[in-house]
Design a binder for this molecule. Structure first.
Ligand SMILES: *Cc1c(COP(=O)(O)O)cnc(C)c1O
Length: 428
């Protein structure tokens, strides 16, 4: 069997040395992977039970057009999400165009002029800076008279509970808590840590709405932030919960009035959740959600494999090879631009789509350095599919995530290593 695999790898341009090194790492990860499979199994049953409880039927997979009144499939899907997250309600729509849109919607619909928004865990994701108005933008919360307060993590990367309590004032209406570190250097929050932050906030002011940016975190654990007191959890369907099949979309699950505010803002006051045709998209939402627990497990295994491969070769990796995981993002620091580019070319060469194209760094809008991106995805920009990107500036790190299947994630990492070797970058 191993021989057959090595022959297949050889045909795909992977040398025996790289393949054998990969197998060695895999052997060492068996127990870790077994734990991930256990989490996936629990989440798989959770998803199936929610679909059964709501009596999802074949008719739910067909969409509506026009206004989309009485869209049974859409309504049941939202009930399924609410059951999975243990929330009162949910809004799950193709009209929510991406994660940033879902987050902006949750914030703008639940804040009013004169309110204050606070982030208890430092600077939020880049794209939210314009939503909040940290960087001035048309239609930002700041333009509408919503102020913003941020409490940074302490120098040792721990949560500043005292600072959080002090920052709360009579205007504080909503706290936005980002689970994943995104592209920052802080640690990703565990669900239990999020629970502690929420508890601290509510002790001071019980009516603060606690919203969690759940991007990249769904199904990584067996509990979600809404199980530890979050009033809203928000995310993108072209990440974990779409299972790779959803071609667009976002979700907001939470308290009934929070979700209603979001629905009134997404469509119109008075119309709310009642409109919004699902067109032909529901079967991909349902089937993607069904696959999401095992797809997330594949992405996690790929991240852990990548961490261990490059850690063993002496590169600095975040999270490290042994740490518990709370999201699917993996950072590797190479310290030089050539290695970042070679890594990304390897990931690209392993893709099912666009494997023949060569990624090169380019000046992306909104970034202060050229960025190289590798993505050969069925859904454009989908980052639950194996993808990587690296800003061409010190410390020359690359971030990768995804892998709809574990064999593909593994293949991608092996190709990245082979690409480093082939480009004369010293790894051994
Ligand atoms: C991806 C992401 C977002 C934004 O999502 P988009 O779909 O890219 O707009 C926000 N927060 C975090 C933590 C993310 O990972």
């Amino acid at each position: 069997m191993k021989q057959e695999l090595y022959e297949m790898y050889a045909e795909a341009g992977i040398s025996a040395k790289v393949a054998e090194f990969g197998e060695e790492i895999c052997e060492s990860l068996k127990d870790r992977f077994a734990k991930i499979d256990e989490i996936a199994e629990i989440n798989q049953i959770k998803v199936i039970r929610a679909m059964q409880k709501n009596q999802v039927s074949e008719a739910c997979l067909h969409g509506t057009t026009g206004y989309g009144y009485n869209d049974m499939g859409r309504e049941k899907l939202e009930a399924v999400y609410a059951d999975i997250f243990h929330t009162e309600d949910a809004l799950v729509r193709p009209q929510i165009t991406c994660g940033t849109h879902a987050l902006a919607l949750a914030l703008m619909s639940n804040l009013r002029p004169g309110d204050e928004l606070m982030s208890p865990v430092g600077k939020p994701y880049d794209t939210l800076e314009e939503v909040i108005g940290i960087r001035p933008s048309k239609g930002s919360l700041a333009e509408y008279g919503v102020t913003y307060k941020q409490v940074d993590l302490l120098p040792d990367d721990s949560i500043d509970f005292e600072g959080i309590k002090k920052a709360i004032n009579p205007k504080t209406k909503l706290a936005t808590i980002q689970r994943s570190k995104g592209y920052q250097t802080r640690h990703t929050l565990s669900v239990n840590e999020i629970g502690e932050i929420i508890k601290a906030i509510k002790e001071v002011k019980p009516d603060v709405i606690c919203m969690v940016d759940n991007c990249y975190g769904e199904f990584v654990d067996t509990i979600e932030p809404s199980d530890v007191g979050a009033d809203m959890v928000v995310g993108s369907l072209i990440k974990n919960p779409g299972g790779g099949l959803a071609p667009i979309g976002g979700y907001i699950a939470g308290k009934k009035d929070c979700v209603e505010n979001a629905a009134y803002r997404l469509t119109s006051p008075g119309l709310g959740k009642e409109v919004g045709a699902s067109l032909g998209i529901l079967s991909s939402f349902y089937q993607g959600l069904f696959l999401a627990p095992t797809v997330t497990a594949s992405a996690l295994k790929s991240a852990i494999f990548g961490a261990n491969v490059y850690e063993k070769l002496g590169f600095s990796v975040l999270p490290n090879g042994a740490e518990d995981r709370h999201d699917i993002i993996q950072a590797i620091t190479f310290g030089n631009a050539d290695a970042v580019c070679a890594f990304c070319r390897g990931i690209q060469a392993a893709a099912p789509v666009d494997s023949h194209v060569t990624p090169i760094p380019w000046d992306m809008p909104g970034y202060d350095a050229p960025v190289i991106m590798a993505a050969g995805a069925f859904v454009s920009g989908s980052s639950i599919e194996l993808s990587a990107d690296g800003p061409i500036k010190p410390p020359y790190s690359v971030y990768f995530q995804g892998g709809l299947t574990w064999p593909h994630g593994k293949f991608g990492i092996l190709k990245s290593l082979q690409s480093l070797v082939d480009n004369g970058i010293k790894v051994w």
